[in-house]
Design a protein around this ligand. Structure first.
Ligand code: XMP
Length: 305
């Protein structure tokens, strides 16, 4: 475990040394990793850091408002409404790695605009240790690791939390005084809801996944899962009122883990599962059924794509 105060002092000094008098940008995702990286970088270089939050249309419910609030102390915060552009790019894309690629490219495009505008030479990223291991092992391409450096013409990349595990990042977040909603937030994948929608990502499927994730997070709070969410698998037949409908199948997943590299499906009581089912099917007339995923990692992954 890291000694947080020492870590913070050293990280701030390292960022100052790396960036000097130049300007930097960082992508905020709403997650704890990028929030910590941004806060450290802001301590180091103040408003010469431009935090960029891109609303891809694949974010958690209420995320954009929370970001504005949490980082209201950073005058340089940019919120970019890019939902339409992302859905356009994702139209017809069904392969999971292709999705990550398309989203990664979308991010680059949005960033380049801001980076150019604010004359940024450096990119700060919230990459953590398990992200690097998985990317190196090529288990999948993390869009926040692969891709960006080669394409964007930055003088350097600064990754202040690159050697930390998730639980260590949370400790640093607490020590930095970030709100609980940030420090205790469960991990959310870089490509967002796109990896919780099997097949093509459409605004409708993303909306179903977003609402399901919200319900699952709320209902399972007391279980303190490492990660819990709802995912859209496809369509199946159901009955609503007097009619047979062809509606969405939502998978509920809750796992215990330390770093996401392995995970155990969590045991959830029947009453809680039924409440989740009833809320998800009740709130959306296009959802026909809800299933619970009992598979550990391995052999499954945590996300669906
Ligand atoms: P999997 O699904 O591979 O997920 O078992 C392990 C952890 O990584 C997150 N994840 C991602 N994070 N970019 C990210 O930044 C990605 O492309 C990505 N895919 C999965 C996932 O949420 C889990 O915490």
């Amino acid at each position: 475990m890291v000694e947080t105060d020492t870590f913070i002092d050293e990280a701030v000094a390292e960022i100052e040394a790396a960036i000097g008098d130049a300007n930097a940008v960082i992508a905020l995702s709403g997650g704890v990793d990028s929030s910590v990286a941004a806060t450290l970088a802001h301590r180091a270089i103040g408003d010469r850091l431009t935090p960029v939050y891109v609303d891809t249309g694949l974010m958690r419910k209420g995320e954009t408002d929370e970001i504005r609030e949490t980082f209201s102390f950073m005058d340089s915060l940019r919120v970019i409404e890019a939902q339409d552009r992302f859905f356009e790019r994702l139209a017809g894309v069904t392969d999971p790695e292709e999705k990550r690629h398309v989203i990664g490219e979308g991010f680059i495009a949005e960033f380049e605009d801001v980076a150019r505008e604010v004359d940024a030479d450096y990119l700060v990223q919230g990459t953590i240790y398990p992200d690097r291991i998985e990317s190196e092992g090529n288990i999948k391409s993390h869009h926040n690791v692969g891709g960006l450096p080669e394409v964007v013409d930055f003088e350097g990349i600064v990754e202040p939390v690159r050697d930390l595990y998730k639980d260590e990042v949370r400790e640093v977040a607490r020590a930095l005084g970030l709100e609980e909603v940030v420090s205790e937030r469960m991990p959310f994948p870089g490509p967002g809801l796109a990896v919780r929608v099997v097949g093509e990502v459409t605004p409708e499927k993303a909306a179903v996944a977003r609402e399901a994730c919200h319900v699952v997070e709320e209902e399972l709070e007391e279980y303190e899962p490492w990660q819990a969410f709802g995912a859209v698998l496809g369509k199946a037949t159901g009955v609503k009122g007097d009619n047979r409908v062809h509606g969405w199948v939502v998978a509920v997943r809750a796992v215990e883990s330390r770093d996401g590299m392995t995970a155990r499906a969590q045991e959830i009581d029947w009453g809680t599962l039924q409440r989740i089912q009833s809320r998800i099917t009740g709130e959306n007339e296009n959802v026909a059924r809800v299933v619970y995923d009992v598979t550990h990692k391995p052999p499954a992954t945590i996300e669906y794509e």
